[in-house]
Design a protein around this ligand. Structure first.
Ligand code: FE2
Ligand code: FE2
Length: 457
């Protein structure tokens, strides 16, 4: 089962569990609502336990966190539950495969019981005295130090958390007409932190194109790429975080365009195209209405389809050029769109995407920034699956700025396609390391080759 499906079934469990707690707070244990909701939780748990042996959740900053990624999408649904857990100093909760309906009922009853408000420690002792061993809670100090030591997410979780955040932004805007800026800020901060710490690795994460729906992956990719590109020319964390925020929200106007138009598998007609071209204006209007919005986000949403030569849309009738940070988002936006899979097109491999974009230097893209972009991501960005001239299969690692066609690679399979027990790291531009003159012959699709790239980066 893939990671997206696992996360979705965990979300269903968490949502049902939170609803059960709410019912428990409102009604006595045998009330039909409580009984019905208990059954829903057990059913959701059964689905999870078909693929996992336990459900381990932590609670951090008002969110449930699963496998290191905050389940932002559930923020509003679970708010009361996370508040209850935090008030009891409960920092994690574990359901193991064999938990019973009785154990669940006793556990939720204890949590919801206001007359015996138990903190994490007292609750765990009580569970032990009642022979409940398949559901347990832990307080903060008993967590692994590594889990708790940093205020920001580990690198490999940033991408997933950005996508979760985008889902929450999308749903909240649709339902309540507001953008949860606290979540946007948190993710923008995480993106800036990780890029400052490890640019190469972050870029590799953004090349995992098939992770989820384009609606949610695209803005995360554009934010990661834009901050990475901007960080090569400026060193101001506040500006970089503002840019991350703006890039995460650059296409927010698309929320007002019918999905069937955005996902139409064939050419748009004139009226549909007019609607799509309106999304920068719609986006800027949505953002202007938000409290505490940074002006840059409004500018980026409005200008991100205007081109360097002042063509593009909406019409650039002013005499002044584009905001310098918009020029960065423009490049990253187009690159991600070309290299992503859409209903109406196959993804272009990075080398082909760059060769298409190179023809537009000076018209669509600012020349100096484009040059820096290529030096940043190379012709084969970190995390690209490639076949070498020796027919070996490799994953690219580091860009070599002096030899963009010859990055450092990790060879993972031999010429007959068998995976190597010990992958071999070679800098293709280093004559000594690459004495057999290996070079990149073609870019491969990890899905077609059935290779999980993330385990190699
Ligand atoms: Fe756009
Ligand atoms: Fe975009």
């Amino acid at each position: 089962m893939d990671q997206i499906t696992i996360k979705n079934i965990i979300k269903a469990f968490v949502k049902n569990f939170s609803l059960l707690l709410t019912e428990n707070m409102l009604y006595p244990p045998r009330h039909p609502n409580v009984v019905a909701q208990t059954n829903h939780v057990m059913a959701a748990a059964e689905v999870v336990f078909n693929v996992l042996d336990e459900i381990f959740l932590t609670i951090r900053e008002g969110q449930f966190v699963f496998d290191g990624i905050p389940l932002y999408e559930l923020k509003h649904t679970v708010m009361k539950t996370t508040q209850l857990f935090e008030s009891k100093n409960i920092l994690c909760i574990r359901f193991t495969k064999n938990f019973t309906q009785l154990e669940l009922s006793v556990f939720t009853g204890l949590l919801a019981d206001k007359s015996h408000a138990l903190d994490a420690e007292a609750l765990q002792i009580k569970l032990g005295t009642l022979d409940i061993f398949n559901i347990s809670v832990e307080k903060k100090s008993s967590l692994n130090k590594d889990d708790d030591k940093e205020n920001f997410l580990p690198a490999e979780k940033i991408y997933g958390s950005s996508i979760e955040a985008n889902k929450l932004i999308f749903n909240t805007l649709l339902k309540e007409n507001t953008i949860p800026m606290d979540i946007v800020d948190k993710v923008a901060q995480d993106i800036t932190n990780i890029i400052t710490r490890d640019k190469t690795y972050s870029l590799a994460l953004s090349s995992l194109r098939d992770y989820d729906d384009y609606t949610f992956t695209h803005s995360a990719n554009v934010a990661i790429l834009s901050v990475a590109l901007a960080s090569t020319i400026l060193n101001d964390a506040e500006i970089l975080t503002n840019l991350a925020r703006a890039a995460l929200l650059h296409d927010i106007g698309k929320i007002r365009i019918p999905q069937e138009i955005l996902n139409k598998p064939c050419m748009l007609n004139e009226e549909e195209w007019r609607l799509v071209r309106n999304h920068p204006i719609l986006g800027a209007k949505i953002l202007e209405q938000q409290k505490e919005i940074n002006k840059l986000a409004v500018i980026v949403a409005y200008q991100h389809h205007m081109k360097y030569d002042k063509s593009g849309y909406p019409d650039n009738e002013t005499s002044c050029g584009l905001h310098p940070l918009v020029l960065i988002v423009n490049i990253c936006d187009v690159y991600d769109a070309i290299t992503s899979k859409r209903v109406y097109k196959k993804p272009f491999p990075p080398d082909k995407a760059l060769s298409i974009m190179m023809r537009l230097i000076g018209c669509d893209f600012e020349p100096r920034l484009f040059k820096i972009f290529i030096q940043l991501i190379g012709v084969y960005p970190p995390g690209t699956l490639v076949r070498l001239n020796t027919k070996e299969i490799a994953v690219t690692r580091k860009v070599q700025t002096q030899a963009l066609l010859l990055p450092e690679v990790k060879i993972i399979a031999n010429e007959s396609g068998s995976l190597l027990e010990k992958p071999l790291i070679i800098n293709l531009s280093d004559e000594q390391q690459n004495s057999s003159n290996r070079s990149i012959e073609a870019v491969l699709d990890p899905k077609e080759e059935n290779i999980d790239i993330i385990s190699y980066i």
